[in-house]
Ligand binder design. Structure first.
Ligand SMILES: Cc1cc2nc3c(=O)[nH]c(=O)nc-3n(C[C@H](O)[C@H](O)[C@H](O)COP(=O)(O)OP(=O)(O)OC[C@H]3O[C@@H](n4cnc5c(N)ncnc54)[C@H](O)[C@@H]3O)c2cc1C
Length: 358
């Protein structure tokens, strides 16, 4: 599928192979530094946010070489769809700087009390004149300490149904009352920036309320239904990268035992299935078709496939796996089953959506 984008795929591949060298992969993983120079370099050669197919191919091919670096250079736009779909003109002006690579965006939903229960967030935004005063905290926020702007989900009113009364704000990280502490020692994707955020009487102008007050929960769910396709692409890339390494090892060592043949066949089949699910969900985005069951199936299956592939590739290559950075791939894979909805949460979405039908 997507053969008409082969030239673009080739360009991204070349960028990844040239820039995500073994030295860079090891350095950024070990030092946990955000690869700002690679992000800037990628803007002109590997990143094309103009359509979902190019976004998916870009993420897939970059993560195939290294997910820590691949995700780092493709997440500065994280949350852009929320502003694009629901934002006002002032917010869209800010968004244009994000899309051109001048500014970095992040999106904060998860709180210390948990991430799956979005309606349970405790951060508040209280209206005062023409401003809102935000208090609370967020945890594990990607781009948290490097972002120029963060979309923050906060409670603006207490309603009988918890998912009502939440709103999204576009917060300038230079605002008084904002602080971010970078988190260190993550299991994987260590080149990505992850931070804990605190809002201490942070004042945000009412013009930075995204869309309507009280609609935030719905906006975030609509956003996740898009962004999960991109997580599926990250996971697909990781699985393909693990498979590439396994095949290189098997070919160069002329391994032909039956067990290895079965592992190759099983992994190839799983990756093909993950790819079809991911590309199918991508086509839903292209055609503006809302099918959360397809998105969640792609994200859940590709996420599990990334973990399975990393494990099998390490098993087959043994100690040589280090030569192919499979130790890092193994650590990078796990987050695919967690962020933007754990596999449990994705499975709940699939089942509930199917049961809702007529
Ligand atoms: C590196 C990293 C980057 C991240 N970036 C961001 C970001 O940019 N923005 C952001 O908002 N968040 C971010 N997150 C948070 C991430 O989205 C959450 O970790 C994820 O949503 C899961 O939430 P939790 O970790 O609090 O687990 P919990 O929600 O506490 O879940 C714990 C376990 O309980 C299960 N569970 C929970 N509820 C249910 C249920 N109803 N039914 C069945 N099982 C259930 C889960 O499947 C899981 O196994 C990031 C996390 C990491 C590690």
């Amino acid at each position: 599928m997507f053969e008409e984008y082969d030239d673009f795929r080739k360009k991204v591949k070349e960028f990844a192979l040239e820039n995500f060298t073994d030295d860079n992969i090891r350095k950024y993983d070990k030092d946990e530094i955000y690869p700002e120079e690679l992000r800037k370099k990628g803007i002109n050669s590997a990143i094309d946010m103009t359509n979902p197919i190019k976004i998916v191919i870009g993420i897939e091919e970059l993560c195939r070489v290294d997910a820590g670096l691949g995700i780092s250079v493709t997440t500065p736009y994280f949350g852009n769809e929320v502003i694009n779909l629901f934002g006002n003109d002032a917010q869209k002006k800010i968004l244009s700087d994000v899309m051109s690579g001048k500014k970095i965006l992040g999106l904060g939903v998860t709180e210390p009390s948990g991430g799956s229960d979005v309606a349970g967030i405790k951060t508040t935004a209280v209206k005062s004149g023409n401003k809102y005063i935000i208090n609370g905290s967020k945890i594990f926020i990607t781009n948290g300490s490097i972002a120029d702007y963060i979309l923050v989900l906060a409670r603006t009113s207490n309603e009988s149904k918890r998912h009502l009364g939440l709103s999204v704000f576009l917060v300038d990280t230079k605002s008084k009352g904002f602080s971010a502490s970078k988190l260190h020692g993550k299991l994987g994707v260590r080149a990505t920036d992850t931070a804990e955020l605190k809002f201490n009487n942070l004042e945000v102008d009412e013009s930075m309320l995204v869309g309507e007050e009280g609609m935030g929960f719905y906006y975030i769910m609509i956003f996740f239904d898009i962004s999960r396709v991109y997580v599926a692409a990250q996971a697909l890339g990781i699985a393909e990268g693990a498979f590439d390494a396994m095949m290189k090892y098997v070919k160069s060592n002329n391994i032909k035992d039956e067990n290895t043949m079965f592992e190759i066949a099983k992994l190839y089949t799983r990756i093909q299935a993950a790819k079809l699910l991911t590309y199918n969900a991508t086509m839903n985005l292209v055609n503006s078709v809302t099918k959360p069951e397809d998105t969640s199936a792609a994200k859940a299956y590709a996420g599990e496939t990334a973990v399975y592939a990393a494990e099998k590739a390490l098993e087959v290559t043994g100690l040589s796996g280090y030569k192919y950075n499979l130790d890092i791939v193994f650590r990078n894979a796990k987050i695919m089953e967690i962020w933007e909805g754990t596999t449990d949460v994705e499975n709940l979405i699939i089942a509930r959506t199917l049961l809702k039908g007529d």
